[in-house]
Design a protein around this ligand. Sequence first.
Ligand SMILES: NC(=O)c1ccc[n+]([C@@H]2O[C@H](COP(=O)([O-])OP(=O)(O)OC[C@H]3O[C@@H](n4cnc5c(N)ncnc54)[C@H](OP(=O)(O)O)[C@@H]3O)[C@@H](O)[C@H]2O)c1
Length: 347
Amino acid sequence: MRIILVGFGTVGKGVTTIIGRRYTENAKAYGFNPKIVAIADIDGAVIDQRGLSAQKLEEIKQRGYPISADPDFGHPGMPALDVIESVEAEVVVEVTPVNIKNAEPALSHITKAFKTGKHVVTTNKGPLALAMPALTELAEYNNVYFRFSGTVGGGTPMLEFAKRCLDGDRILSIRGILNGTTNYILTEMSVNRVSFQDALANAQKLGYAEREPSMDIDGFDTACKVVILSNWIMNQKVTLKDVNRTGIREVTLKGLDDASKRGNTIKLIGSIYNDKPTVKPTELPKNHPLCVSGVLNAITYSTEYAAEQTLIGRGAGGMETASAVLRDLLDIRHKLANRLLNNNSES
Ligand SMILES: NC(=O)c1ccc[n+]([C@@H]2O[C@H](COP(=O)([O-])OP(=O)(O)OC[C@H]3O[C@@H](n4cnc5c(N)ncnc54)[C@H](OP(=O)(O)O)[C@@H]3O)[C@@H](O)[C@H]2O)c1
């Protein structure tokens, strides 16, 4: 499997590390022989059809140069779109920064990949939040696979669990704590009685929150994940504008105290109930399995037969999220092998 990696930041580096590890074991167990033939970031690209050495590229970056400064395989200034168009590969792994205004540059990268017959794995919520129904249709039209496990729950297999482990059952509703930053802030407020502003400042100091924290605290990040769950798991056709969204700016210490007297606490919950995608601070019993603290994420699927199923895990992290990319690559590899088998038995 030849891979073009677009973006060489926290997740991109995690992907190159994970792909390099246990290579022989994966080849034996899954017939999986991945080779990263190109990496593109904002400054240019490196391309080698025989496979790139991620370690060498990290060293170049650590010395303060862009990866495209590689003297042997560098292409300074070459845009990712040209790389996707011109380099021969089976899969594009898209891991550039999220943008919920127009989803760029990821939206163009993904559509270019589809149109050139390449499967796509992404951890970028932007294109899915704004155009998921159109993108899944375009992938089908071009007969390629589109996978995005790392967009919800980081390395925790929230999407795969719902898609594959509940066969024959029916998911009636979904509730989740899908954003670690806001969960950290609410936990600090309720457990340590810190004000919202101080808890936010702590989150920023620890690197959990951006300097511009609106994406997290106004609930946009959770809403993006609710859109992905609505489309992929509940078979709806919705985008970000369809989500009824309230963030955590109005949550107060008094509100948390009042909830506590009732044995509850307040969490930012993303939910799909009666087909309505919603994000809002919600009271939850402190002893409910969903009620995780700190930066943890959790999701509860309410199902017709198996009742409530809750998954808990880290919702972010370079290696964690890269592990979701690996699972998606293995899934594509498995599907391609099945396609080949079916074609051979038909012919
Ligand atoms: N980090 C996590 O824990 C996590 C978890 C789940 C999902 N995600 C999602 O995964 C994606 C990647 O996250 P990250 O943490 O790896 O971000 P990051 O560290 O900021 O890395 C982004 C990479 O994309 C490159 N890039 C920016 N604009 C580009 C362009 N126009 N063309 C090609 N490359 C471009 C950047 O290059 P420069 O460095 O040169 O700017 C950088 O290499 C994001 O969408 C994020 O929301 C991240």
